[in-house]
Design a binder for this molecule. Structure first.
Ligand code: NAD
Length: 492
């Protein structure tokens, strides 16, 4: 049994049965049995269910927000502005675009060997998809990743984090009421063991979580050659050059460093500031972070920074602060737990950080911004590109052109110029990471096609001569003709 408690208050919320091997196998059996009927509805029919779910979500938004807040400890604003808004826009986006992204495509090949044939490419559902999610955004990540998989015609088994299964169970209830056929979505509450067992049962794994778990998923999936998409951790940097608008840069750093108490894969965790702007940036940032209210959410407008959802996370944050202190960094605000019944860490700014400190190299996943002075842009680019992670970055410069030029030098999945992290909400653009931040992308056409298996059908026309391609018996004259043709086509 999973005992779910509220990180912000310590209150016991629910006892949820864990999914054992037999229950998981039964979910897989039901999913496979229901999938052909679901596929047969076509993207139009399936999109109607998403539309109905969007209406359900709006009608039940208070209940959904309350569930999110209680099991994660996030603020009302983080639950509403980030989670709910994302889910609504994702339901709308996939419903409107799935048909276009998955439409059959026809092409005529330019290869002389395929002359005259028509090519048709179809995007077939993979069958049964396993979605394994983290605890930081139960709606955006776990539920959000089910949507393109479902509308592509797959059945899905969702294995939410063992810390936050309640939102996923509520979303499954919503989808049932929205008309999703029985068996198409199964929710499998459980821990890492259930996630690992799920990998063996499905045709594709969509995993979001830490790089360490992602590696285990990839290893296990390799045994059955099951394809995976991995959305993993990050250590997103902001670069601030002299001449940048410091009022905006510090607002963006404070917001995207602290939102969801820093427990966001694309949080800003480290900031590189060019020397002439360093002291002014630090002062402004410290003032803004020190002004944030941190504590148990008590409705809209009550606090800016909520709880630390996973107990082990508090230890990581504390260890990084202690490490930075011991190596000569200054803590300009925050720096310790807030004692009380819930799990809270004071919003923290670490000044004079450098790459020798864990807070600049390892994912923090907490309300902590580490700031380093740099002599020029090259120094920051080298530090960003040297990171084991390559998820996102943000750039502030004196002009848009300077910012864009800097963005193009960064080896990460996404860069925001004069902004940060918000690209996640632009479903039109692919979002993913390099190096240990993952494999594959979510969003855009690529974010739904990964849940499909492309099938090519080649059609030779009826007028194709009986003797074509007549390569037998081999003839020297034909070889000479082919040589001339290849030179003609490719010789320039
Ligand atoms: P985690 O890796 O501990 O757990 C993630 C999920 O994997 C959970 O459901 C867990 O039960 C399951 N799991 C654990 N071991 C497994 C195994 N061997 N096989 C299969 N499943 C297993 O991560 P977390 O602490 O829940 O989440 C935080 C991490 O997620 C951070 O690193 C964060 O950056 C990352 N994250 C990434 C993105 C992104 O889009 N790139 C989004 C959100 C969170």
């Amino acid at each position: 049994m999973l005992e779910i408690s509220a990180p912000a208050t310590g209150a016991h919320l629910a006892s949820v049965p864990e999914t054992d091997a037999a229950a998981l196998a039964e979910l897989a059996r039901k999913g496979r049995a229901a999938q052909p009927g679901w596929e047969a509805l076509g993207t139009k029919g399936r999109s109607l269910v998403l539309d109905e779910m969007r209406r359900w979500l709006l009608a039940n938004s208070a209940r959904v927000i309350e569930t999110l807040i209680s099991e994660t400890g996030k603020t009302h604003e983080d639950a509403q502005t980030l989670e709910l808004a994302y889910a609504l826009s994702a339901l709308s986006y996939w419903s409107r675009n799935a048909g276009r992204f998955l439409a059959e495509q026809r092409a005529l090949s330019r290869s002389p060997l395929v002359f005259g044939r028509t090519l048709v490419t179809r995007y077939l559902p993979r069958g049964l998809v396993g979605v394994i999610g983290p605890w930081n955004y139960p709606l955006i990540n776990s539920f959000g990743d089910c949507l393109p998989a479902l509308v592509a015609g797959n059945s899905v088994i969702l294995k939410p984090s063992e810390l936050t299964p309640l939102t996923s169970l509520l979303m499954a209830e919503g989808l049932r009421e929205a008309g999703l056929p029985e068996g198409v979505l199964g929710v499998a509450p459980g821990g890492g063991d259930a996630g690992a067992a799920l990998v063996d049962l499905v045709d594709f794994v969509m995993f979001t979580g830490s790089a360490a778990s992602g590696r285990k998923v990839a290893e296990r999936a390799a045994q059955t050659l099951t394809p995976v998409a991995l959305e993993l951790g990050g250590k997103d940097a902001m670069i601030v050059l002299a001449g940048a608008n410091l009022a905006r840069a510090t607002n963006v750093a404070a917001y995207y460093g602290m939102l969801n108490a820093g427990q966001t894969c694309v949080s800003i965790e480290r900031v590189y500031v060019e020397a002439p702007a360093y002291e002014a940036f630090l002062e402004l940032l410290t003032d803004k972070v020190a002004a944030l209210r941190c504590g148990a959410p008590a409705g809209p407008g009550s606090v800016e920074v909520g709880a630390i959802t996973a107990a082990r996370q508090l230890e990581t944050i504390e260890a990084q602060v202690a490490d930075a202190r011991a190596k000569g960094a200054r803590i300009t605000t925050g720096g310790s737990r807030i004692e009380g019944t819930g799990r809270f860490f004071a919003p923290t700014v670490i000044a004079d950080a450098d790459e020798g400190m864990a807070c600049m190299r390892e994912e923090t996943f907490g309300p902590l911004l580490a700031v380093r002075r740099i002599s020029d842009a090259d120094e920051a680019v080298a530090a960003v590109n040297d990171s084991p992670y390559g998820l996102g970055a943000a750039v502030f410069a004196a002009s848009a052109d300077e910012g864009i030029a800097l963005a193009r030098r960064l080896k990460v999945g996404s860069v925001c110029v004069n902004d940060a992290a918000i690209h996640y909400f632009a479903l039109e653009a692919p979002m993913g990471g390099l190096r240990q931040s993952g494999i594959g992308v979510r969003h855009s056409a690529e974010g739904i096609r990964k849940f499909t298996q492309p099938q090519t059908i080649l059609i030779a026309p009826r007028w194709m001569p009986d003797h074509e391609p007549q390569m037998y018996p081999a003839r020297a004259s034909r070889s000479r003709a082919i040589g001339r043709l290849l030179r003609l086509l490719y010789g320039r």
